[in-house]
Design a protein around this ligand. Structure first.
Ligand code: URP
Ligand code: ZN
Ligand code: ZN
Length: 476
């Protein structure tokens, strides 16, 4: 199958020019001006549109058992929603069951994804214990293409690991040429704050945020950086949410530590007022039912508004390398409801895999905070480079996978659970209900297959597991 994309404005992390792209099979074969359509089986006219690398979301949780239930999107619905939103690669999190082999966790996630995904995918491994006897598994995982690991300072008794485990895993990951992803929040102190709040009778969703101070995120980031520095491993702070925490990343980088952070659209656009009030674009009225705030119970919690400008600035200057979603959806009616009696039982997480590209384009380009190249970098290229996918993914170049989005910079959409253009996620609410964006993906190719065109699904399945390269290596 040969596909020609004509007359587009091609934007990569460094380029901006007008040309045609010939896709041959799964790869970009030719980029040039005035390419003939004689040998093409399909032709797409991109006049007036941007042609960008498919988005890469390195932080999703599909089909994940968590908080007494399982996240609402599986690899079928989640990857289809991602494609509709212009994302063509996701990196999800396989989980090691405590005391068991990490390979068993990896196998379980392969079974969840295999044959279901509509776009390409990989996994980070969530490490929940790492005795010395198990350390060799980490090299085995790297051989399987799992070149990054997530560890948690949060969620004591569930995913939390102690500092000794952090150090052991960090050392081994560094020696293997792999990367550590860190959920950096002091979960031990936070649990004490939660105990005090609950004892005082504070159980509404708003207390989720009040019991998770930004200082406890900053402390976690500081500690993770210090351990990574001593263990000599590249560090990636996931879902960084606050100015306090970003300050620690800046200090670490200025000392020469290889640390970067990701943030998420929710921390760039939303603030903690939504736990008690409707979002500003809905009018900001007090929720009639205080439990409505459960829709945004996620960890880290949403922060005070003043953090947002600092995070955008961090993204502009490169202290924050990229934007992921931490897509972890739970239906409001049946799943968030588990915590109606107490915020401590609300499953943590919110949907967003479908909305990331449009939200970030809107905030970055439409509203003038970042330029087009940086938009591509933070939504695709940086994640490809950090996580061993580049240059197979994350750019438009001859020989790269034809993961390409034709993006209409003028298309306006109102994000809503009832808008068939913006909601394919299997969850009964949108965290962005009523938010208006300018700029939206029209056509999405995954390794040359047109998956979405003008709001319609054009292909099904075909997503493949991608074995990722070691830090500093390239993937072809
Ligand atoms: O609330 C969240 N973020 N849920 C998913 C688990 C995590 O910490 O990433
Ligand atoms: Zn996390
Ligand atoms: Zn997460």
């Amino acid at each position: 199958m040969r596909t020609l994309i004509r007359n587009g404005r091609i934007i990569t992390a460094i380029d901006d020019y007008y040309a045609d792209i010939l896709i041959d099979g799964e790869k970009v074969a030719v980029i040039g001006q005035g390419l003939s359509d004689e040998s093409a089986d399909a032709v797409y006219d991109a006049t007036g549109k941007l042609v960008i690398p498919g988005g890469i979301d390195p932080h999703t949780h599909f089909d994940m058992p968590f908080g007494g239930t399982t996240s609402a999107d599986d690899f079928d619905s989640g990857t289809l929603a991602a494609a509709f939103g212009g994302t063509t690669t996701i990196i999800d999190f396989a989980i090691q069951t405590k005391g068991e082999s990490t390979f068993a966790g990896l196998e379980a996630w392969h079974r969840k994804a295999s044959g279901k995904a509509h776009i390409d995918y990989s996994f980070h491994m969530i490490v929940t214990d790492m005795p010395v006897s198990r350390l060799p598994e980490m090299r085995g995982l790297a051989d399987e293409g799992i070149t990054s690991y997530k560890l948690f300072m949060a969620y004591p008794g569930v995913l939390y690991v102690d500092d000794g485990t952090l150090y052991r895993a960090f050392r081994q990951a560094g020696e293997n040429g792999t990367r550590i992803c860190m959920h950096a929040e002091n979960g031990i102190v936070i649990d004490e704050i939660i105990r005090e709040a609950v004892n005082a009778g504070h159980v509404s969703p708003a207390w989720h945020a009040k019991t998770r101070p930004t200082r406890m995120e900053a402390e976690g980031v500081h500690r993770a950086i210090a351990i990574a520095e001593v263990a000599n491993v590249p560090l990636y702070i996931v879902h960084l949410s606050s100015a306090d925490a970003l300050e620690q990343v800046k200090l670490g980088r200025m000392r020469g530590v290889d640390v970067v952070a990701e943030t998420c659209p929710q921390y760039l656009f939303l603030d903690d007022s939504v736990y008690e009030h409707a979002p500003p674009w809905q009018g900001g009225h007090r929720h009639a039912d205080p439990f409505e705030g459960a829709k945004w119970v996620m960890t880290p919690a949403l922060r005070q508004r003043g953090n947002q400008d600092v995070l955008w600035q961090g993204l502009k200057l490169g202290f924050i390398s990229n934007v992921a979603t931490d897509h972890c959806p739970f239906c409001f009616k049946e799943q968030k409801e588990l915590g109606r009696d107490s915020f401590t039982k609300i499953p943590n997480g919110a949907p967003g895999v479908e909305n990331r590209m449009a939200l970030i384009y809107h905030g970055a380009v439409t509203e003038g905070r970042l330029d087009l190249n940086r938009f591509v970098e933070v939504t695709s290229t940086a994640a490809a480079k950090r996580f061993g996918l580049f240059p197979k993914k994350g750019t438009i170049a001859v020989g790269s996978d034809a993961d390409i989005v034709i993006f209409d910079p003028d298309r306006e959409e109102t994000i809503s659970v009832s808008n068939p253009h913006t909601h394919h996620m299997k969850v009964d609410y949108s965290a962005w209900e009523g938010f208006k964006v300018k700029g939206y993906p029209d056509t999405v190719f995954s390794r040359g297959r047109c998956v979405v065109h003008k709001g319609e699904q054009k292909a099904s399945g075909g997503g493949q597991f991608v074995k990722r390269a070691l830090v500093g290596s390239v993937l072809r």
